[in-house]
Every structure is written in structure tokens, then in C-alpha cells.
Design a protein around this ligand. Structure first.
Ligand code: BGC
Length: 420
């Protein structure tokens, strides 16, 4: 593997040398992303450094806002004005929607030289290629959303031992934490965060097949079912355990509440791990990672991919260097260890990852083998943005008390029908 890595770069270096005369101008990549939280920025730094070592200047274009909501708005205006960045962090259906606009670059030659077809998980490849089967994006990581992160000291204090297995046990624990005087759930009230918790609750409530039917296939019967009503009831129950200032809170500030021992736990994707690591906390010793209670065995995935946009010839070489760097095994290990995610390659050994990372890699492989790997709706892998946003609106309105659970079920059925 290492040999391949070296020869890839040797090849590129030779290619770059040929350009020296005409392209003495510095090679630059402009990268639009939303990795602005501490753990995210630390992970991105791994990539910046690697490229700088190869003589590529990194022009940073951060657009803050969890899950990329604001970044996608900025991207639209950049592309509309004919000034697309070199590469853009993107999720699932957003990628295929941009590919259909004909504004993205073809990476197929590089992909075939580096054998991406054989190492990138199949579930991701569907989103990394355009409708003609050309590679247009390089996946950086595989994240997963149905996780729970907890402060170990608080868990010890209230006597939580081992994993919380199901909903009833979860409620017992939340009650104990409340009695002990802590905020039980660190909660960020933003639509994408509401939806992140909601999709885990739907999975826990209805099981894997139900999740697939409701939030990937948008089957009307599943959306309008009693099970869905129960999922909304459970969201209302969780509301009893959040603090009064949850509204609008950024996800990383919620994680900080768990880190600082103000709150006991957070339901969030594994990018939260990056924040614990940044605070020098150790998995198993200082913080706990487990699947959202009742969802063990299933994985709701998302993957950050760098979509390459069509750029001038002068920028193409640097763009390919970026894509190649992202896909290299060494980078995938270094980056994902810091980010909290797992590699977007199937040929990487888990040895260098911490206990949560190893758990994540094993569970991802098992979920894939057992057909229990599902796209995260909240993070772009369940549905195109119109449907995703329609679901967000209903979930947030319900969480904030604007709908009863019955009304939310009906609103969900209607909103999905009109968005599809
Ligand atoms: C991305 C993560 C990011 C998180 C919070 C997710 O959609 O996949 O990389 O850390 O949003 O912004």
C-alpha cells in the first residue's frame, strides 16, 4: 500500500515538474467547507499541511454552520456568478444534484489509476459519481449519526454501567441524571440537529426496516403510521430533559456542555468525538461512546466528499493533487483519527484508531454485511434537499411545540408528498 502511495506522488511530482516553465505560478486550491469547530478545523489542518508539503497553497473558504446549510447557499452564489471554488465539501444528494448541473470535474483517470472503484465503499460510490459513472468527488470520511456521547464522570456518579440498551433504560438514566442536578441532554435546537436526533429515534422506535421505509423510501404508510407517532411522542419526551437555552445552540457548544460536566450526554454524529479529543479526553476513561440506545446493529451513515468543480487548466494539476491526497490511505488514517469519523476506504486496518473509532469501523462493516446500513436523512444521504428540508420543518415545529404528535404525522405525510 505504501509503495502505491509513494509511486502515486512520484508520478504527480514528475508531472508537476514538466509544468515548471509555464506554471511557475504557484499552485493553489480554493476549498469551500464548513469545518469551523475545534475538532473539525484540527482535522482539516491535516489536509492543508499535506498539500502545503507538496507545494500547493491552500486558500481557505470556511462557511460556518453545522451540516453545511449555509455553505450550500454560498456555493450556489459562487457557481451562479461563474466563480466556482476548486473543491467543495458536500454531502450525498447535494453532490448528485450539482453533478446534474454539468459544472463538476471528471476525476475518472485519477480514480482508475488509483483503483478507487475497488476501495471506496459501494454505498458511497453511488454519490461520488455522476449519472454517466464518472468519478466527480473524493470521499474524505464515513461519519455516522446514531451515536450517543456521555460524560463518564456523571455516568459513574449516577451508576450507569455498560451500554444503555433501550428506550426504557434511557429514560431511567435521564431521570437519575436530572435528580442528580445535571442537565440530562445537551441539545442544540437547530433544524438539522433536531433531525439528527429524530432519525435515531425513528430507527430505535421502528427498527431498521421501518427506518428504510420511512426515511429512505418515504413510503406513505410508514410516514403516517402509529410507529411514526410514537417516534414524535419520544421526541416530546426528550424535550423534558433539555435546558431552557437549547434553541439555536450550535452542536459543538452542546458538546462542550458534556465536556465541561454541565450536561450528561448528547445525541450527535461522531464528529462530536473530535471535540472530546481536542479537550484531551479519552474514550472509555473520560467520555463514553455508544449507539443511540436501541439502534445497535444499524448504522446511519453520511460521508463528507470533496466535489471537484470545473476549473481552468492552470488549476487542474493542483485539483488532482488534492483529490489524490484525500484518497491516500495515510491521509485517511491521519484525518479520520482527528475528525471522529472512519476511513472512506475498505482496505484500512483499525489498529491506529481509538476504541470508539474501532467500534465504528467494526459496526460499519457489520451493518454493511447485514444490509443494515442506511443513508442519514439529516445529513444528505436519505433524500434530495427538497424532501430533507420538508422533513426538517415538521420535526423542528413539533419539537418546539407547534404540533401535537398526531398533527406532526399528518404534516410529515403532506410535506413529503408536496416536496417529492
Ligand atoms: C458533516 C461533518 C460535520 C458536521 C457538523 C456533518 O454533516 O458530515 O463533517 O462535522 O456536519 O458540521
Amino acid at each position: 500500500m505504501y509503495k502505491k502511495f509513494v509511486s502515486t506522488f512520484a508520478g504527480l511530482a514528475t508531472g508537476a515538474a514538466l509544468f515548471v516553465g509555464s506554471a511557475a505560478a504557484q499552485e493553489t486550491v480554493e476549498v469551500l467547507h464548513w469545518w469551523t469547530a475545534g475538532g473539525e478545523a484540527a482535522a482539516l489542518n491535516v489536509l492543508k499541511k499535506q498539500l502545503e508539503e507538496e507545494g500547493v497553497t491552500w486558500e481557505d473558504m470556511p462557511v460556518a454552520g453545522g451540516s453545511g446549510v449555509q455553505a450550500m447557499t454560498v456555493l450556489r452564489s459562487r457557481v451562479t456568478s461563474g466563480n466556482a471554488p476548486t473543491a467543495v465539501q458536500m454531502l450525498g444528494y447535494d453532490i448528485t444534484e450539482w453533478a446534474d448541473q454539468g459544472v463538476v470535474a471528471d476525476l475518472s483517470d485519477l480514480a482508475s489509476k488509483e483503483n478507487w472503484d475497488n476501495v471506496v465503499p459501494t454505498a458511497l460510490q453511488k454519490f461520488s459519481k455522476n449519472s454517466e459513472g464518472q468519478w466527480i468527488a473524493a470521499p474524505v470520511d464515513v461519519h455516522s449519526t446514531n451515536w450517543m456521547w456521555a460524560n463518564k464522570k456523571i455516568f459513574d456518579e449516577v451508576g450507569v454501567e455498560g451500554d444503555i440498551k433501550d428506550w426504557d433504560q434511557l429514560i431511567q438514566v435521564l431521570d437519575k441524571i436530572k435528580e442528580a442536578g445535571y442537565t440530562p441532554i445537551a441539545y442544540g435546537g437547530q433544524p438539522w440537529q433536531d433531525a439528527t436526533v429524530f432519525e435515531a429515534v425513528v430507527l430505535a422506535t421502528g427498527g431498521p426496516d421501518f427506518y428504510q421505509k420511512a426515511l429512505n423510501d418515504f413510503d406513505e404508510e410508514a410516514l403516517g403510521s402509529d410507529t411514526m407517532k410514537q417516534a414524535f411522542d419520544r421526541m416530546s419526551k426528550l424535550h423534558e430533559y433539555v435546558d431552557p437555552n437549547f434553541s439555536g445552540r450550535d452542536w459543538n457548544l452542546a458538546t462542550a456542555m458534556v465536556i465541561n460536566g454541565k450536561a450528561a450526554l448528547q445525541f450527535m454524529g461522531d464528529w462530536a468525538k473530535g471535540e472530546f479529543l481536542r479537550a484531551d479526553m479519552k474514550p472509555g476513561e473520560d467520555f463514553v461512546c455508544q449507539r443511540f440506545p436501541g439502534t445497535e446493529g444499524s448504522v446511519l451513515f453520511n460521508s463528507d466528499q470533496f466535489v471537484m468543480f470545473k476549473v481552468g487548466e492552470d488549476k487542474r494539476d493542483a485539483q488532482l493533487k488534492l483529490a489524490s491526497a484525500v484518497m491516500s490511505p495515510e491521509f485517511q488514517i491521519a484525518f479520520n483519527k482527528v475528525k471522529g469519523s472512519v476511513p472512506a476506504r475498505t482496505d484500512i486496518a483499525p489498529d491506529e484508531f481509538d476504541a470508539c473509532g474501532q467500534k465504528g469501523m467494526k459496526q460499519l462493516a457489520e451493518a454493511n454485511d447485514n444490509n443494515h446500513l442506511y443513508g442519514s436523512l439529516a445529513h444528505g444521504y436519505g433524500a434530495p434537499s427538497a424532501v430533507k428540508n420538508a422533513v426538517f420543518d415538521v420535526v423542528t415545529a413539533h419539537f418546539n411545540g407547534e404540533y401535537t404528535s398526531e398533527e406532526a404525522v399528518q404534516a410529515l405525510v403532506d410535506a413529503v408528498a408536496s416536496a417529492r
